[in-house]
Design a protein. Structure first.
Length: 302
């Protein structure tokens, strides 16, 4: 069976049987980053992402922007676990005709993002390739009592996002976005979400990952979903590349967070719905209270 028949996430499920087993591994495949034992107080976080010319970016886009994004998508994964990024290795596949000055622009963008979030680029690999390929592997860390997985959402929890959604590709925000590390650290230090993920594949798909791992369902209020200018609800659900955080909180903590945001404008948090006891079912509720079930899927590579 070809990957196109399976779909990206079914393929990943089939590959899970090859993952390594070790008492140091708390979480392997199935979250924004792998979680490994580090010391008595902290976990090591380990994530990686790849960008390929012609698939993730096209000609005419500044390689500085491509480099920034290549680092930022990994930083966003660490944020989704409640952690801080630390060290990265960068591997690139380089076409023979690509000028060295263009490769330096790529690394300028990589370092721009790395410096902004305290990441040290400490190595990597360079090979010849038919098209430009950039792969970043990033280590981070998180205190053991502040780790957040996708699997902790419970019925009655409220669903939040950290910012407006949709239209990222048309606007260019998918290149120069700001990973929500500060927001994530604030949340884990003061409110401890029950589940969290970064919105890279669209709200429906990414919330769907939380629902799958938590064995729960969700109801989203269409009037509460924050939208970027010119974006419809369908765009917020499916567009992807927003890199906002989607997270859940118990109702009492949710009320306290809402009260906090009324007094302190340091961060923006938008309550958009609730977790319900309907495994892996996602509903949209209109202003009249009518619910419609939608498929909890977003962008897939296959």
């Amino acid at each position: 069976m070809r990957p196109s028949h399976l779909g990206e996430f079914q393929l990943i499920d089939r590959l899970k049987r090859f993952q390594g087993a070790s008492p140091r591994v708390l979480k392997a495949i199935g979250d924004d980053a792998a979680v490994l034992a580090l010391d008595k107080k902290r976990y090591q976080l380990f994530t990686t992402d790849m960008l390929i010319a012609g698939l993730h970016f096209s000609r005419g886009i500044s390689l500085a922007a491509v480099g920034y994004k290549a680092m930022a998508v990994n930083v966003s994964d660490i944020a989704a676990m409640g952690g801080r990024p630390a060290f990265a290795v960068v591997s690139i596949g380089v076409p023979l005709k690509l000028p060295a000055a263009e490769i330096e622009k790529l690394y300028y963008g990589l370092k721009m993002c790395a410096d902004a979030f305290g990441v040290g680029i400490v190595g990597g690999d360079t090979v010849r390739s038919d098209k430009l390929i950039i792969n970043v592997a990033l280590l981070g860390e998180v205190e053991r009592d502040r780790l957040v997985l996708r699997s902790g959402a419970n019925p009655g929890d409220r669903v939040f996002v950290t910012g407006p959604l949709g239209g990222s590709l048309k606007s260019g925000r998918h290149l120069w976005f700001v990973p929500r590390v500060k927001e994530a650290r604030f949340l884990v230090e003061h409110f401890k979400p029950t589940a969290m993920i970064d919105a890279s594949d669209g709200l429906a798909g990414d919330l769907g990952h939380i629902l799958k791992e938590s064995g729960a369902g969700a109801v989203i209020d269409e009037a509460k979903v924050p939208l970027n200018r010119g974006v419809t609800l369908a765009g917020a659900l499916k567009d992807g590349e927003d890199f906002e955080l989607v997270f859940t909180l118990p109702s009492l903590k949710a009320k306290k967070l809402i009260q906090y945001t009324k007094v302190n404008r340091s961060f923006r948090f938008f309550e958009i719905g609730e977790i319900v006891a309907s495994p892996r079912k996602l509903f949209i509720r209109d202003v009249h209270g009518r619910k419609k079930e939608i498929e909890p899927k977003g962008f897939e590579h296959f």
